[in-house]
Design a protein around this ligand. Structure first.
Ligand code: ATP
Ligand code: MG
Length: 384
């Protein structure tokens, strides 16, 4: 009797002719996720089996699999030869010690001498005889003993379908460049897009020495959280200190955030081109703060030349975003109190609904191209 993990995939099966491609990416992602842990992965008609792992690493394997997009459900199961006595022994192991139960059998191997109803009746009967605190209730059981007689002479016995991360395998929907701050929103935005199968690279803007090195470490940690879902990521780090100083010196200070945002978007688009990313992703949520009014978004969006900008959180309330941030394991890092570059030179009265012509007038006081090139020259890339 061997402990195994059954993995069932989600939307992949909808993908018609592309199915083979989706499955290959999915399988590679599982291997990357389980790297360093002893195991074997076998494909078995529409599912994968993780076998031959060290049982004391079961929890670690499950924790990691929970983050693999494309997994619909998974189960911890016992694998035995398809012989009724061995199936019964496994059923005893997964059966609760008391309560109402039912046996649910699926028989793919039509050569097995009993049909699925007969297997359920036989195993259920033996379990009842052996333990008088059990009773059968097919309508409202406390637990279910599931038996899956496979074509290859083995049978899987298990209780539960555990919910996987859902979504599509990362890498099947291209690559995006996430503008990641140290806040709560942007990692959640990246997670949502990764769930749709997109590979994510990240870009972060800082204003060292106005912001400190701990703020930078925090972003590295946040990108690291995301990397666990995306089988790795690249974090591009860009200093905008010289840009902020220039805005501070030459422009109406009330436009600091508005102008800075336009620089961020321009630089992000150029870095995206370098990395082969096909869109920008931000954590903006409509009306959440001054820079996220539709006028603010219009101002920052209008400098993006080619790429679409995805804003998956646009319709989310802050408490919904916080809930997701907790779920993905980013929240405790995001709330560490280090300053973001947007709070440096923060004006008392930032423009809330910037008029684009006023923004352009302020921006005309700057040598935009030179400032962008300086930022690009000092680009640093960290692989996570
Ligand atoms: P977050 O919680 O993601 O910081 P926020 O609610 O603080 O978002 P803003 O500070 O207005 O909102 O930022 C909106 C979006 O702009 C962020 O979600 C992020 O995508 C991008 N952004 C803001 N600051 C930075 C930064 N320093 N580096 C990279 N991207 C940034
Ligand atoms: Mg922020």
């Amino acid at each position: 009797m061997e402990k195994v993990i059954i993995i069932r995939y989600s939307e992949i099966h909808l993908k018609g002719k592309n199915r083979g491609y989706f499955e290959r990416v999915f399988a590679v992602n599982i291997e990357k996720t389980l790297k360093g842990l002893r195991h074997e992965t076998h494909r078995q008609s529409g599912r994968y089996l993780i076998e031959n792992f060290d049982e004391c690493e079961t929890q670690t394997i499950l924790e990691r699999l929970k983050r693999v997009f494309g997994i619909h459900t998974y189960s911890i199961a016992l694998k035995v030869d398809s012989e009724i006595d061995k199936i019964y022994a496994a059923a005893q192991e997964v059966c609760g010690s008391a309560g109402k139960f039912k046996v649910d059998t699926h028989r793919a191997d039509k050569k097995f001498p009993l049909n699925s109803m007969q297997i359920s009746a036989e195993i259920g009967g033996r379990l009842l005889n052996n333990n008088h605190t059990l009773s059968v209730d097919v309508r409202n059981p406390d637990f279910i003993v599931r038996i899956d007689v496979r074509e290859n002479g083995t049978t899987l016995v298990f209780n539960e379908f555990l919910k996987g991360a859902g979504g599509m395998p990362v890498g099947t929907s291209g690559k995006g460049m996430l503008l990641i701050s140290g806040g709560i929103d942007s990692p959640v935005a990246g997670h949502m897009i990764a769930k749709r199968g997109m590979n994510i690279d990240c870009i972060h803007f800082h204003s060292y020495p106005y912001t400190n090195m701990q703020a930078r470490d925090k972003v590295i940690d946040l990108a690291g959280v995301l990397a666990k879902y995306t089988c790795g990521t690249k974090l591009c780090i860009v200093s905008v200190t010289h840009i902020q100083e220039e805005i501070h010196a030459k422009c109406n200070g009330d436009y600091m955030v508005t102008l800075l945002r336009r620089f961020m978007m321009r630089i992000a688009e150029r870095v995206a081109a370098k990395c082969g990313a096909q869109c920008l992703i931000t954590g903006e949520s409509l009306g959440q703060v001054a820079s996220q009014t539709v006028e603010g978004i219009t101002s920052s969006n209008s400098v993006v030349e080619k790429l679409p900008v995805l804003r998956p959180l646009c319709g989310f309330d802050k408490d919904e975003i916080i809930e997701r941030s907790r779920e993905i394991g980013a929240y405790d890092i995001s709330i560490q109190p280090y300053e973001d570059c947007c709070t440096v030179f923060l004006p008392k009265h930032p423009v809330i609904k910037p008029d684009l012509s006023d923004v352009l007038k302020e921006e005309a006081k700057l040598d935009v191209e030179k400032l962008i090139c300086e930022a690009m020259d000092a680009l640093e890339i960290i692989k996570l």
